[in-house]
Design a protein around this ligand. Structure first.
Ligand SMILES: NC(=O)c1ccc[n+]([C@@H]2O[C@H](COP(=O)([O-])OP(=O)(O)OC[C@H]3O[C@@H](n4cnc5c(N)ncnc54)[C@H](OP(=O)(O)O)[C@@H]3O)[C@@H](O)[C@H]2O)c1
Length: 224
């Protein structure tokens, strides 16, 4: 599988891409600037020597070569970017980890947006693509520390297409070495995205990196 990451030069996109490449997948970091993407990919390859191919190119070229695309851009500018890439994204599985958050004197909070979540906004703007939400709660810092064990962290996956969701769950397992959990329909992204504000708030309060783990489900999805 070839996975393109839009916003692949940022800490979250490059971190997810690095983990997937280490797991042996072919990853293309995308950017508005092809040279920036190529430089980021080259740095990660030089530093970590992943088993999988890791390269960088312009967003549209990255999408063109991929089966699956991860959206890892800030919410600001998200709608414009997604709209500009809609034709290239048609027919692809698009996974959003975008968290629309605001920060003020009282700390982080989920933004109230018209479509209720970035993933649902993307689904509206990309009628020819299949949308899923995942990776909202993984810390970019920890993704880049390859000796940091992420296998105890759950990746909550939402989406309306079961087959695509199974693909995202497999990718989540490759990223963390732990579980991808089917969290339900795409519309539940409106609860998963702002929950990141709660994690960031706890990170500040307890000076740590919190994460999500759901009890009551075993590794293989059984509940018994
Ligand atoms: N950082 C985390 O720990 C973390 C954790 C969970 C989820 N997330 C979510 O993941 C997403 C990416 O996070 P990040 O911290 O990696 O973000 P970031 O560094 O602010 O941005 C990622 C990349 O997006 C591109 N970008 C920036 N502004 C853009 C715009 N207006 N239009 C198009 N592309 C733009 C840039 O790449 P180019 O300039 O190269 O195009 C940038 O390197 C966010 O939605 C965030 O909420 C982040």
């Amino acid at each position: 599988m070839t996975i393109a990451i839009i916003g692949g030069t940022g800490p979250q996109g490059s971190g997810i891409g690095l983990r997937l490449a280490v797991a042996g997948e072919h990853v293309i970091l995308g950017s508005r600037d092809a040279e920036r993407a190529a430089a980021e990919a080259a740095t990660l390859v030089d530093t970590h020597r992943p088993d999988g191919r890791l390269e960088g190119m312009a967003n549209a070229d990255a999408i063109d070569q991929a089966d699956t695309v991860i959206l890892a851009v800030p919410y600001k500018g998200h709608a414009e970017l997604v709209t500009s890439l809609a034709d290239t994204l048609a027919g692809k599985l698009v996974i959003s980890c975008v968290n629309p958050l605001a920060f003020d004197k009282r700390g982080p909070v989920g933004m109230q947006i018209e479509d209720l979540s970035a993933a649902e906004e993307a689904a509206r703007l990309l009628p020819e693509s299949t949308l899923a939400g995942a990776f909202h709660h993984l810390s970019a810092v920890n993704l880049h520390k390859l000796d940091h064990d992420l296998s105890h962290e759950d990746v909550l996956v939402c989406g309306d297409d079961q087959e695509s969701k199974a693909t995202v769950i497999r990718l989540a397992e490759l990223v963390t070495g732990g579980r991808g959990v089917d969290a339900g329909a795409l519309r539940l992204a409106r609860h998963l995205e702002p929950f990141t504000a709660v994690l960031i708030s706890m990170n500040k309060r307890y000076k740590t990196n919190t994460s999500v783990y759901i009890t009551g489900i075993r590794q293989n999805g059984d509940t018994k």
